[in-house]
Design a protein around this ligand. Structure first.
Ligand SMILES: [Zn+2]
Ligand SMILES: [Zn+2]
Ligand SMILES: [Zn+2]
Length: 287
């Protein structure tokens, strides 16, 4: 699906990882505090993999996940898979005796859920990555997808009389991994489109008209519209997957380097690292 092209003006900023990018077991790093949500969703949609259920009952000090967006991302993926299965069943089940009113109501329900969950999953997968950075959660926690794509700079907004420039938190995440161009010219357009459809048709008072025809026409309308949205969603996931994989690999090597330093006797008080994404972590003792 070719989405509408628009210009993105939000600036990208540099950032660092924070300690919550890792899962901890006492003072040692035991894993990464994010799950490949987009990667797994895409693999499932391509019938190449399963969706995970979050490992439960591990305490935060004992390797447990503390990233709230990993948990919501997993839940939303599981719901999304149900919605995809239901709309597939509905659209491809060709019994002609179906009631046309029921069929049209079902079409609208499924169409709304597809829009809703694609957008929410996208929001959760982006916030999950932001949670690993030093960007404060108060900045993005309440943002919907449109604002994650572009929103006024809070720093400039506070200064009187200054017209705030736009910041893109999605672009900011992609920036250190040299994914800006593919995000600005593709992924963000897909996110923008699904976000606008969600906002106008599946989140508030607006909704597509109930248009009772025959059951078969309702089915084929859902088939067409869901194929359109889901193929855009699948493609958008491929970009987020790239970002997830880069961050996971980066954090894995940084985590190993930090654990090595700790095993070699570096004390916790000296572990004040600046973990720059995309750059090899080299520790220098200060002083
Ligand atoms: Zn600013
Ligand atoms: Zn950039
Ligand atoms: Zn693309």
């Amino acid at each position: 699906m070719e989405s509408n092209k628009r210009e993105w003006h939000g600036t990208h900023h540099s950032w660092s990882y924070r300690p919550q990018a890792f899962r901890w077991s006492g003072e040692m790093i035991s894993g990464i505090n994010l799950l490949p949500i987009a990667t797994e969703m895409r693999a499932w949609m391509l019938q190449r993999g399963h969706l995970s259920i979050i490992p439960t009952h591990e305490a935060p000090h004992n390797s447990g996940f503390t990233n709230p967006y990993s948990k919501s991302g997993v839940t939303l993926s599981l719901l999304m898979s149900r919605v995809i299965n239901s709309s597939h069943d509905y659209a491809n089940f060709s019994e002609s005796t179906d009631d046309e009113t029921d069929s049209e109501i079902e079409r609208l329900r499924l169409y709304n859920e597809i829009l809703l969950y694609s957008t929410r999953l996208c929001e959760a997968s982006i916030k999950q990555l932001l949670y690993c950075t030093q960007i404060p959660e108060s900045r993005y926690g309440r943002m919907a997808l449109g604002q994650l794509l572009e929103s006024p700079c809070p720093g400039c907004k506070r200064k009187n009389g200054k017209e705030p420039h736009l910041v893109s938190l999605v672009g900011t995440l992609a920036h250190p991994y040299h994914l800006c161009l593919e995000f600005e010219h593709c992924a963000m357009d897909h996110m923008d489109l699904v976000n606008k459809l969600r906002n106008s048709q599946a989140a508030h008072s607006g909704i597509q008209d109930l248009n009772i025809r025959t059951a078969d026409i309702s089915r084929s309308q859902l088939l067409e519209e869901s194929t359109d949205i889901l193929s855009g969603f699948l493609h958008m996931l491929s970009h987020v997957e790239k970002l997830e994989q880069k961050m996971l690999m980066d954090l894995e090597s940084k985590g190993e380097a930090i654990n090595r330093l700790k095993l070699n006797g570096l004390e916790a008080k000296d572990c004040n690292f600046n973990l720059v994404p995309g750059e090899e972590f080299i520790f220098q003792v200060e002083g």
